[in-house]
Write a protein that binds this ligand. Sequence first.
Ligand SMILES: Nc1nc2c(c(=O)[nH]1)N=C([C@H](O)[C@H](O)COP(=O)(O)OP(=O)(O)OP(=O)(O)O)CN2
Ligand SMILES: [Zn+2]
Length: 143
Amino acid sequence: MYILKTEHSFDSAHFLANYEGKCSNIHGHRWKVEMEIQSETLNEGGQLDGMVIDFGDFKKDVKEMVDSFDHALIIQKGTMREKTLECLLEDEFKIIQVNFRPTAENFSEHFFYEMEKKGYNVKRAVVYETPTNSAVYEKSEAR
Ligand SMILES: Nc1nc2c(c(=O)[nH]1)N=C([C@H](O)[C@H](O)COP(=O)(O)OP(=O)(O)OP(=O)(O)O)CN2
Ligand SMILES: [Zn+2]
């Protein structure tokens, strides 16, 4: 099995609604996303000989996905008053509303399936919220 890995980071703000503690306030992270894809085989012949995929293409897809969250305020839908949201949007802040609580765990699952949608055979997605705290999403082995 061949495994390719690349990473990209984004800087964004979030808060955890219904959380008791400092993370209920708006705060920022440099989120690092590590993406691993897998293949049993390599391309044979031509430009891609000996490669699963060109790192350039893999990196570009991860970057594009991750950059869409860069320099934004990430909000779980329904957790901010409409009036507050309207004001932020009116003032042209970059707001991204997601259907999940913006935790490292949920982001790792989100990025995993976003890459699958792009056609990748994803092994694992890791999201670092801080340099020492990370969450991993991978599919559990079928029993
Ligand atoms: N399992 C999870 N726990 C927490 C998550 C998460 O995504 N998954 N997220 C948070 C908050 O977003 C918070 O920003 C993380 O805070 P903390 O671990 O305290 O990180 P700091 O580096 O800010 O901690 P210091 O001790 O102040 O350096 C909370 N939990
Ligand atoms: Zn946080």
